[in-house]
Design a protein around this ligand. Sequence first.
Ligand SMILES: *Cc1c(COP(=O)(O)O)cnc(C)c1O
Length: 358
Amino acid sequence: MSKYWSELVRRLQPYVPGEQPRDRKYIKLNTNENPYSPSPKVLETIKAAADDSLKLYPDPTCDVLLEAAAEYYKVGKECIFAGNGSDEVLAFAFMAFFDPGRQVLFPDITYTFYPVYTSLFGLDYRTIPVRNDFSIPVEEFYNSHGGVILANPNAPTGRFMPLESVVSILENNRDTVVIVDEAYIDFGGESAVKLVNAWPNLLVIHTFSKYRSLAGMRLGFAIGHPDLITALNRVKNSFNSYTLDRLAIVAGAEAFRDNEYYNEKNGMVIKTRKRFSAELEKLGFEVLDSVANFVFVSHPEVSALDIFTGLKVRGILVRYFNKPKISNCLRISIGTDVEMDCVINALREILNQAGINH
Ligand SMILES: *Cc1c(COP(=O)(O)O)cnc(C)c1O
């Protein structure tokens, strides 16, 4: 605290991102980054773009990126917004579509940035408890006063809600905006993007940080009715005309095109997820069915915190949430097969030390 801080800053409760440690080399499975490199074509594009043109501002409307996105999503360019990571796009969306005094609904177990944005923008919200199996009670999201925000697949559980449920929520919120954050959709879910033409109250958020291995480039997107996109642009242009730099714009366009590469690499991630889940179950873990690039697990006999600490001293970083309902769970990102074998070996050691033999 400082006397120089504004009232706003005094009451903020900032999001705490997963550690990015530099004290030693970890197997880093705590922030759901992709274990595989970005597409070589993307890297070449970035290198080629690092030239004299960087002295000039980038295109404020990111045209080449939006054109590639429009082709990929099979919607008009006017249905897409691009931003500096999906966190930024989400922040703009909270400003663009939610009003103070009208409760925004989201699940109690979900991406912890949502309550952070509501506090930043002075919005009101109500959380809807997920069921014991972490599934979403769909009807509880009907008739919101202020709008709805959902992650699908949900974070950090990895549980997917079928599109019929998304449609029911849209049907029962015709006067408010429903934001569906699909950060992990390409690892096995079915995207709601195909619904945007039919539902003017739907905004779908995507990121290149997970499936497209570009967490370091900061690229996020919103897909929705042109009126919603116009609102996002009004916010953006009141904040920073150039949220995406020249390198990100061309890298993003290329990443939309090189699907062959990404499908192959992420096919490996999905295969590894299945194998790793089966190995965990053999060790007695409860593994939630995941359609993301992470698994959400607990062990009936050893606490999540002990496992977290045991893994960390062995050079493996996973995510532990000290929060009600999930304080005995760990979220483990899916790395390469070699990395996940190290995790299994470390877990076996930890369980043995706790007197549990498998
Ligand atoms: C990772 C993640 C994001 C943030 O992605 P960026 O594009 O890197 O900002 C947004 N939503 C969810 C649910 C995520 O897990």
